[in-house]
Ligand binder design. Sequence first.
Ligand code: PMP
Length: 392
Amino acid sequence: MTTPWNDRFSHRMARVRASEIRELLKLLDQPDIISFAGGIPDPALFPAGRIASTYAEVLAEAAPQALQYSVSEGLPELRRWIAARMTAAGAPCDEGNILITAGSQQALDLIGKLFLSPGDTVLAERPTYLGALGAFNAYEPSYADLAQPPPAWTKLAYIVPDFANPSGRTLTRAERTALLDMAHERDVVVIEDAAYRDLRFAGGAEPSILALDIARTGSIEDARTLYCGTFSKTLSPALRLGWVCAPRAVIDKLVLLKQGGDLHVSTINQMVAARVVAEGWDSHLERLRAAGRERAAAMQTALARHMPMGVTWTRPQGGMFVWVELPHGFDGAALLEAALAEERVAFVPGAPFFAVEPDAATLRLSYSLPPPDAIDEGIRRLARAIDARMAH
Ligand code: PMP
């Protein structure tokens, strides 16, 4: 007799599910498919040589420290560097306001664990980052639309204000201020997911929500914004290095939760990152932005050239995503099946990015991997698959 595991799992597991997308994306490794599906950095842009020599250097100079346990808060040098960058970008803080996490994904999980009791409300954009819903779901919240007046018991507002995953949209200054007005008035904590913030390739930077919050309250200790940063999109996602910048009272509790979860982020990875970012970081970011600028332009040109009337899309100023809205009645998941079978082109259907009331007539395109000529060909194929299903 097999054990009835489902009867033994905790209540919170009722909300934890495998994503259908993940299953679909496993099929995409075939070479003749042009994929706009994976939202991952281009490996050609990893500073691999620099990382290799820095590992060697750290091991030669400081192996006993690099291979040892370290404090849960994270490496002081790295936290000081991050605090200095945050301060220079208009959010004055010090290393006591920084916790190093295993990517920003862990930050979202720890924040959910710290703030959410079952039934609390999380406000999220429509659409929002699927991985944030995955992190919060285990803490059994309800979700509501961030664009609507917040319901009672609203604890958290989760937002990706710069070149969002999946929408590619950026909040204006006025929208940032309005969000803070609501948060202060309704006693809501804001989670600012800044995963793509360093990847702006067009337009002028808006201040981070945390910076605006500190400007309003006078000190990070009085702010109610928890800023989640990451080195995944700029250095390498495999190092698993992210951070939270927040009031000390919040950092202190997150440190306790991190201790209980995994003790600390890899010491050697933190030491390597601290050395790599200390030199030439801005010119490295400029290279990433130039690559994003070129590919985003190729995708905009291809969309304008090939897409049938009735299809609309966003024009991101950074990051790696374009959000496409199809005419009413389209189903992104059905379109993906057809596009894969008939045209050998892939993307991510939009519905799973909605916390509530999914809009199935949407899809997410990433331009981070294919070269510009493949972008044009892939969009031509996708447009053909859409056109074949349009009512003419
Ligand atoms: N937030 C957003 C908006 C993301 O797109 C991602 C990565 N896809 C993450 C957080 C998590 O990234 P990491 O844990 O590698 O920092």
